[in-house]
Ligand binder design. Structure first.
Ligand code: ATP
Ligand code: LTN
Length: 337
C-alpha cells in the first residue's frame, strides 16, 4: 500500500467512522480498524461511531445503545489514544445531521440511485427501503467534509461512497468557491476485502447469520481455532495464491495481514505442507493479533465512568471543528447565521 503517513510538521487529517451494528469482525479489523491504529501514530486523526447511519436498519433501542458504547470502547481497545486523536459519537455532534440536509440539496436523485450498496440493501430488505437508506451516502459525505478530511481509510465496499463525496465537494466548491477539502479514499491492498470463511465468494460481514462464516474481534482463542479449521478451501492441497482458490487466497490474505509476510514468502513457508497445518498457523496468527484487543476491551468495559468521560471529551473536540465548517457553509448558501 502506498504510504500516506505524513511527517509531524505536515500532518494530514484522517477521518473514518464505523457503524455500531454488531461487534466488528476480523474483516472490519483488517480492512479498516488496523489501518486506523497505524495511521493514528503520525496523522491528525478523527474516528468514531456512525450511530445515525445504523438507524437506517431500525435497531432495537436498548441493544443499539449498548452496541454504540461497545463499539466506542472497541475503538479505544485497538489502541487509539483519545488524548492524541479525536474519538467521538456521530449523533452527539449535531452538525452532521445539519450539513447532511444542506448537502441533500446538492446531490442529484440520479447519482444517489446509482449507489450499489443502496441497491443491494434495498433488494435484501424490501420491507424497509427508507429515505434514510437512500440518503445514507450524503450523511457520509457530511461526516467527512465537516472535518476537511484528507484521507478516509475504509474497506473496498465504501469506495463508491467516497467517490460521491468527492463529487458533492467539488460541485459545492465550484458553486460557492473553495469550501471543502476534496478527500481521498485510503484502501489497503491486502485486507481490503476479507471474505466469509464459509463462502469465500462473499465478504465477511458483521450481519452474516452463520456464526462460522466470520470471526469476531472478541472471539476466544478456541473459537477462532475451530472456525479456521472448518474454513472452506479446495481439494488441491497446495498453499498458493491463484484464481479459483478463493478460500486459500482469503486465508493467505488474513495470514499476510497478521504476520506482515507477502504471498511468495507464505507459499514458501507452507511448501509441501497440507491445509491442516496452514489453517492452524492462520488461526494462531489471528489469535495473537486479537489477544491484546480483547484484553483491553474487557478491562475498559468495566470502567463506564472513564468511557463516558472519553465520549464527552471527544464529542466536544469534534463539535468545535464541525461548528466552524457548518457556519462557513451556512453563510455561503445564504442561511441567516
Ligand atoms: P454490515 O454487515 O452491518 O453491513 P460490515 O461488516 O459491512 O457491516 P461496516 O460497519 O459497514 O461493516 O464497515 C466498517 C468498516 O469495515 C468499513 O470501512 C468497511 O469498508 C470495512 N469492511 C467491512 N467488511 C469488510 C471486509 N469483509 N473486509 C475488509 N473490510 C471490511
Ligand atoms: N458507511 C460506512 C460507515 C461510515 C463512514 C463515514 C466511513 C459512516 N460515515 C464516514 C468513513 C467516513 C460503512 O458502512 N462502513
Amino acid at each position: 500500500m502506498e504510504s500516506h503517513l505524513s511527517p509531524p510538521e505536515k500532518k494530514k487529517r484522517v477521518f473514518s467512522l464505523i457503524q455500531p451494528t454488531a461487534m466488528p469482525t476480523l474483516g472490519n479489523y483488517l480492512g479498516a480498524l488496523k489501518n486506523w491504529k497505524e495511521m493514528s501514530e503520525l496523522n491528525d486523526c478523527i474516528f468514531g461511531v456512525a450511530d445515525l447511519h445504523a438507524l437506517t436498519v431500525r435497531p432495537e433501542p436498548a441493544v443499539f445503545r449498548r452496541q454504540s458504547l461497545e463499539i466506542f470502547a472497541m475503538l479505544l481497545s485497538i489502541g487509539l489514544d483519545p488524548e492524541k486523536n479525536i474519538v467521538f459519537v456521530q449523533s452527539r455532534v449535531e452538525q452532521h445531521a445539519q450539513l447532511a440536509w444542506i448537502l441533500n440539496c446538492y446531490t442529484q436523485f440520479g447519482e444517489a440511485s446509482r449507489m450499489t450498496q443502496f441497491k443491494e440493501k434495498a433488494a435484501a430488505h424490501e420491507e424497509n427501503v427508507n429515505v434514510g437508506l437512500f440518503a445514507y451516502p450524503v450523511l457520509m459525505a457530511a461526516d467527512i467534509l465537516l472535518y476537511n478530511s484528507d484521507f478516509v481509510p475504509v474497506g473496498e465496499d465504501q469506495r463508491q461512497h467516497l467517490e460521491i463525496t468527492r463529487d458533492i465537494a467539488e460541485r459545492f466548491n465550484q458553486l460557492y468557491g473553495r469550501t471543502f477539502t476534496v478527500p481521498e479514499a485510503y484502501i489497503g491492498k491486502v485486507g481490503a476485502r476479507i471474505m466469509s470463511l464459509q463462502d469465500p465468494a462473499k465478504k465477511m460481514s458483521k450481519s452474516d447469520l452463520n456464526p462460522k462464516a466470520s470471526v469476531s474481534v472478541l472471539d476466544e482463542p478456541e473459537v477462532i481455532l475451530k472456525k479456521f479449521k472448518s474454513a472452506v478451501t479446495d481439494s488441491e492441497a497446495c498453499v498458493r495464491y491463484a484464481e479459483g482458490k478463493d478460500g486459500i487466497n482469503n486465508l493467505m490474505a488474513i495470514y499476510s495481514c497478521c504476520t506482515g509476510r507477502d504471498f511468495p514468502a507464505i507459499e514458501k513457508e507452507f511448501e509441501g505442507r497440507g491445509y491442516g497445518d496452514f489453517k492452524t498457523a492462520v488461526a494462531e496468527a489471528v489469535i495473537e493479533e486479537l489477544r491484546p484487543v480483547r484484553e483491553s476491551y474487557l478491562s475498559l468495559m468495566k470502567d463506564s465512568g472513564y468511557l463516558a468521560a472519553c465520549i464527552d471529551a471527544g464529542c466536544g473536540k469534534a463539535r468545535a471543528i464541525a461548528a466552524k465548517t457548518l457556519a462557513k457553509v451556512s453563510k455561503k448558501v445564504g442561511l441567516l447565521v
